[in-house]
Ligand binder design. Structure first.
Ligand code: RB5
Length: 154
């Protein structure tokens, strides 16, 4: 895989259920190649429950300042529903690079959710490039993020 080097090196927590494990291996290689640290929460068993992995990654991201997470399941939906129950987590399910770029710029998403059953490696590569290399715009978006956390109870 020939990839250009990205911006600042970061710590990524990567989690997947059994339906996301193949894509997780591609994502891990991508991030490592870019010089990022990757800590994996991946299943050994044939069938597992995606919330267990979403919770591990969310807790790790919340504990480690400036880290980010990537969660993969069959559709990415279950992972994103679970992750967004955590106060301080902004998990974005992205289907293309535009969504990944915008969720970094406007939402400061700290977790990217992907669906292995929907996406080929080419699209995933472009999503990762955008998510990893785009900085939050701040400004008017900051107060909107604060409003998300107001009233969140987890
Ligand atoms: C597992 O079959 C599947 O339900 C899970 O990976 C995910 O897509 C749930 O949202």
């Amino acid at each position: 895989m020939k990839l250009k080097k990205g911006f600042d090196e970061m710590k990524y927590f990567l989690g997947a259920d059994h339906a996301g494990i193949k894509l997780a291996s591609f994502v891990k290689d991508f991030l490592k190649h870019k010089g990022h640290e990757v800590v994996c929460f991946l299943p050994q068993e044939k069938k597992v429950d995606y919330p267990d992995y979403a919770k591990e990654v969310c807790r790790a991201v919340l504990k480690n300042q400036d880290s980010r997470g990537i969660l993969i399941c069959g559709t990415g939906i279950g992972m994103s529903i679970c992750a967004n129950r955590f106060k301080g987590i902004r998990a974005a399910l992205c289907l293309d690079a535009y969504m990944a770029k915008m969720t970094r710029l406007h939402n400061d998403a700290n977790i990217l959710c992907l669906g292995e059953r929907l996406l080929g490696e080419g699209i995933v590569e472009s999503i990762l490039e955008a998510f990893v290399d785009t900085e939050f715009e701040g400004g008017r978006h900051l107060q909107r993020l604060e409003k998300i956390d107001e009233g969140a109870h987890v």
